[in-house]
Design a protein around this ligand. Structure first.
Ligand code: AMP
Length: 493
């Protein structure tokens, strides 16, 4: 089993059709993409099977070539987020033991030399000479447990770790995506709005499997206007976007572009108010995923139809949930004693299935702590309702325990965001001699504390109300757009 077979089959069926586009320009047909990947594969074979090939770049068409070349050579792709600090990129290259890094010109210019890791500029002279090598034979007998992708986690709760994803893991993700979420064909497109080093790049596989064209924005980044323009040009557009990107689409004030079909959002909380605004602007094109690098893009989800109710949108309890178990994945919530929690009871979310990683690269202690009794311990807290919808609370480390009661920041944040003068809200616990911890809310916006208190009293239990409100210009976020609760906590001192 090798993910290269997805490109092989599509090139056989749709060889002459456009495969990769940069903005509106076609870069390769499927036959050309296949051939280029096999030529590059020839030049990677010398590094040996299992060699780690890193790619540190803003979104560029070459990433797709390197991806399939790496799989054809039975090597392991190590995508690195382009927005990381050069020192963080270097740490990943060292941790992965990378044999080579393909970097965009701007990243190559910032990277300090890392011993034993040649830096090669994407589409530079050396890269172009790889593309003239004789094509390798397509791989035929790859062991499904062979690693395909080292996925470096976003490290919101600590240092980034490399989740080892095999060909089987990513094939399971591909099948689940096609079964649950989207049914692209050769008249469809995947627009790479989000970084291809993570979610958007993972989705290359299901869309290549169906011959949907790959559209890389010419800016190489997420620009809401450019994104909406591309969805007005290319046929049948789907994209994966982080919730913060969806909010930026709404802020453009534009309507649904003619060919926008599906936006898969996830990777961080989508607040109900924001989701409703997005659905009002663009219609029922939204699909939610809950996943993590360790079970890529695939733990639970809400399909397009699940966002709709009998007379409009689905109830808030559904829109505020992360949906139900994805095809081929078992999902459970365990109580503190490791037993299945009752309906409504909050515990740690665990999952198992072919999509779950083999472990963390060179980190047996973290692997042992995370893969236990056949389950992936996600570190997320949540509860099921009677219909099997999972509501995510918070990462276990972010739960506030005040006077012995658990308070889930997300619940308080959802209410705060209902105030028209709250732009962003981040809730954390602050140490307190009397209560153990107290709730503190960081607010971006002008809403006065008294109005926020009144709103909260109207919606949730009194003990969950923040005892302090602090105002900021914006919430600290990492380069994936995830709010850094640890930085908020650091601001309490
Ligand atoms: P990463 O491995 O960097 O993709 O981060 C995964 C984490 O993001 C999960 O463990 C969750 O805490 C969070 N996350 C992913 N999807 C969602 C979602 N749909 N809603 C809320 N949080 C999410």
């Amino acid at each position: 089993m090798n993910l290269f077979s997805l490109l092989d089959q599509t090139a056989a069926r749709h060889g002459d059709r456009g495969a990769v586009h940069l903005g509106e320009q076609q870069v390769h047909t499927w036959a050309q993409l296949r051939e280029r990947a096999l030529r590059i594969a020839t030049t990677l074979h010398g590094l040996g099977p299992g060699a780690r090939i890193a790619v540190a770049s803003e979104n560029r068409p070459e990433i797709i070539e390197v991806m399939f070349a790496t799989w054809a050579a039975e090597a392991v792709l190590v995508p690195v987020n382009a927005k990381l600090h050069p020192r963080e990129i270097e740490q990943i290259l060292v941790d992965a033991g990378a044999a080579l890094v393909f970097a965009s010109p701007s990243i190559a210019a910032q990277l300090a030399p890392v011993t034993g890791v040649p830096i090669e500029i994407l589409d530079g002279p050396q890269y172009r000479s790889r593309c003239t090598a004789a094509p390798a034979a397509a791989p035929r007998n790859t062991d499904p447990t062979c690693l395909a992708w080292l996925f470096y986690t976003s490290g919101t709760t600590g240092r980034s770790k490399g989740a080892m994803l095999s060909h089987r893991n990513l094939m399971a993700m591909t099948v689940a995506h096609l079964a649950d979420f989207d049914s692209p064909d050769d008249h469809s497109s995947l627009v790479h709005g989000a970084p291809m080093s993570h979610g958007s790049g993972l989705y290359v596989a299901p869309y290549v499997a169906r011959g949907a064209r790959q559209v890389v924005p010419a800016s190489g980044a997420f620009d809401p206007t450019e994104f909406l323009d591309l969805c007005a040009t290319h046929p049948g557009c789907s994209a994966f976007l982080a919730p913060t990107m969806v909010a930026r689409l709404v802020q453009t004030g534009r309507d649904r572009p003619a060919h926008l079909r599906t936006i898969v959002y996830g990777g961080g909380p989508m607040y109900v108010e924001d989701l409703k605004k997005a659905m009002a602007a663009f219609g029922p094109v939204f699909v939610q995923l809950y996943g993590q690098g360790e079970a890529p893009m695939t733990i639970t989800g809400l399909r397009r139809a699940d966002h709709l109710g009998e007379h409009g949108w689905a109830p808030d309890a559904v829109l505020g949930s992360v949906g139900y178990a994805r095809s081929g994945v078992d999902v459970a919530v365990l109580d503190a004693g490791g037993r299945p929690a009752a309906v409504g009871e909050v515990g740690e979310i665990v999952c198992r299935g072919d999509v779950v990683m083999a472990g963390y690269w060179n980190n047996p202690a973290a692997t042992e702590a995370t893969l236990r009794d056949g389950w992936l311990r996600t570190g997320d807290m949540g509860s099921f309702d009677a219909a099997g919808n999972l509501t995510l609370r918070d990462r276990s480390k972010d739960v506030v325990i005040s006077g012995g009661s658990n308070i889930y920041p997300r619940e308080v944040e959802e209410v705060l965001l209902e105030h028209p003068d709250v732009v962003e809200a981040g809730v954390v616990g602050a140490p307190d001699p009397e209560w153990g911890e107290i709730v503190v809310a960081f607010i971006v916006g002008q809403a006065p504390p008294a109005e926020l208190d009144a709103l909260l009293l109207d919606r949730i239990a009194r003990f969950k109300r923040p005892k302090r409100y602090l105002y900021l210009d914006e919430l600290p976020k990492n380069s994936y757009g995830k709010v850094l609760k640890r930085e908020l906590r650091a601001r309490l001192d």
